[in-house]
Design a protein. Structure first.
Length: 449
């Protein structure tokens, strides 16, 4: 029995680490394709969750959230007051996000936010307070963006001007969306009740309609998280990726909140230790859980959008420089031929289709070719999202030997001293490359037929 269990675990491990990445998705039915994709996305998400140390990032964001909760709420209430809906927003915040806190703590936080908002009106000192309020908001959302960008492997942050405009837009949209969600639910219930009094047939459907309306707050959460995952990373996030993560995380968030409140996790222990201060550690625990769920969603959106980059991953790790060179030259040849024939510049997708290569290999090689100044990325159309590639060197002058030499980085500096043996081997390498260049087989890339 033990052997069977160990054998099953080993097979599952082998399947998740290697075999599933070798599955040819083009030969699968739609149902199997969806199943394989979901497993791949889950594996990538779990693997990157630990590799990116999401729990540490969540701890940092918990600290920032605790320091900035009053300024953020003050900004939200200020926007809501502009529309005359501050009471609705207060109700939504209490019921959607801070249900796990005691009423006294919630009221104290909201009172502090309102006092801060009042203090930013009029006078010179208040003007400085308003600037400080805006700066706090930008810093808080900036830290969230930084966490998202690191998950998406984006090194470049938004310029400060864009941060100011984008973040304030987000602060405007989120409170309004919460207000609308509450108002729309009440409006729909009122209208349905009114219609039911006139049309008897709809009365039979009322239980189904009212049952569906109970899920409306969940739909709002889906929308909020989808907006978050599309908007915050400083890169192009597809709607499908954001929606996929938004639905998963919105549902997880609701379930976690329900479980936390229902089972009152840690209440007895912390009440015994902290007494009236028990709300603080409980709130910290909830913030930590919330940020872990939010960052997990960022991992899901990344995995959904980039799952193709992990195709044949085990084989790619074992591929030799010889194999990389062969495929690199083949890709370079296709790009050069397309350019010389006066055709449209090839995109990554075009190259994958022509050479029947997985996106994972093609993407890595194209990045390397760009870094080695062998190809140049362009936008062939203004409305074209995909990047196309054209030769960075005249294809008629770029020979096979020159291409291999540039791929190897032959002109790079050796990080060693004046050791005679290394110099001698280096000289032999140069002579060997000269022999290759003088060979009759060393033809221009476009003439390799």
């Amino acid at each position: 029995m033990k052997q069977f269990i160990f054998r099953s675990i080993f097979r599952l491990k082998s399947f998740l680490e290697a075999e599933i990445w070798r599955v040819n998705e083009r030969e699968l039915s739609l149902l199997r394709l969806c199943l394989v994709r979901c497993i791949k996305i889950l594996v990538i998400t779990v693997r990157r969750f630990w590799a990116d140390r999401v729990y540490l990032r969540a701890s940092a964001l918990t600290f920032y959230s605790l320091l900035s909760i009053v300024p953020v709420l003050a900004m939200a209430f200020g926007i809501a007051k502009g529309f005359g809906f501050e009471r609705i927003l207060e109700h939504q915040i209490k019921n959607q996000f801070f249900r796990e806190l005691s009423p006294e703590v919630i009221n104290k936080v909201i009172t502090s936010a309102n006092n801060l908002l009042i203090s930013t009106k009029g006078s010179m000192i208040a003007g400085i307070g308003l600037v400080a309020l805006f700066w706090t908001i930008i810093r808080v959302i900036g830290n969230i963006e930084l966490a998202f960008n690191e998950i998406w492997e984006i090194k470049k942050q938004r310029p400060f001007g864009r941060k100011f405009s984008d973040y304030l837009s987000a602060m405007l949209i989120c409170p309004v969306l919460l207000i609308i969600s509450s108002s729309v639910t009440v409006f729909i219930k009122t209208q349905i009740t009114h219609i039911m009094s006139k049309i008897a047939l709809i009365g039979y459907l009322s239980p189904v309609i009212f049952f569906g309306l109970k899920f409306f707050p969940l739909f709002v959460l889906w929308g909020l998280f989808t907006f978050l995952y599309i908007f915050l990373p400083n890169t192009k996030v597809h709607l499908a990726s954001g929606l996929f993560a938004g639905i998963i995380v919105g549902t997880l968030y609701q379930l976690a909140q329900w479980a936390y409140i229902t089972f009152q996790i840690g209440v007895a222990k912390y009440n015994a230790i902290y007494g009236s201060f028990a709300a603080l550690p409980l709130f910290l625990i909830w913030l930590q859980i919330s940020w872990i769920i939010v960052l997990l969603g960022a991992e899901f959106s990344y995995a959904y959008q980039n799952v193709e980059l992990y195709e044949l991953e085990p084989d790619i790790k074992e591929m030799t420089p010889y194999g990389w060179a062969i495929i690199s030259v083949a890709i370079l040849k296709e790009i050069a031929n397309s350019f010389c024939d006066g055709k449209r510049a090839l995109t990554e997708t075009d190259i994958c289709t022509i050479l029947k290569l997985p996106k994972s290999i093609t993407s890595k090689i194209l990045k390397e070719l760009v870094q080695r100044n062998l190809v140049y990325p362009i936008k062939r159309d203004e409305n074209q999202e995909d990047t196309a590639f054209c030769p960075a060197i005249d294809p008629h002058n770029l020979t096979l030997a020159n291409a291999i030499s540039m791929l190897m980085g032959q002109r790079g500096h050796l990080p060693v001293g004046d050791e005679k043996e290394i110099k001698r081997v280096s000289h032999l390498f140069k002579e060997f490359m000269e022999i290759i260049k003088a060979s009759s087989k060393n033809r221009p890339i476009i003439a390799l037929d």
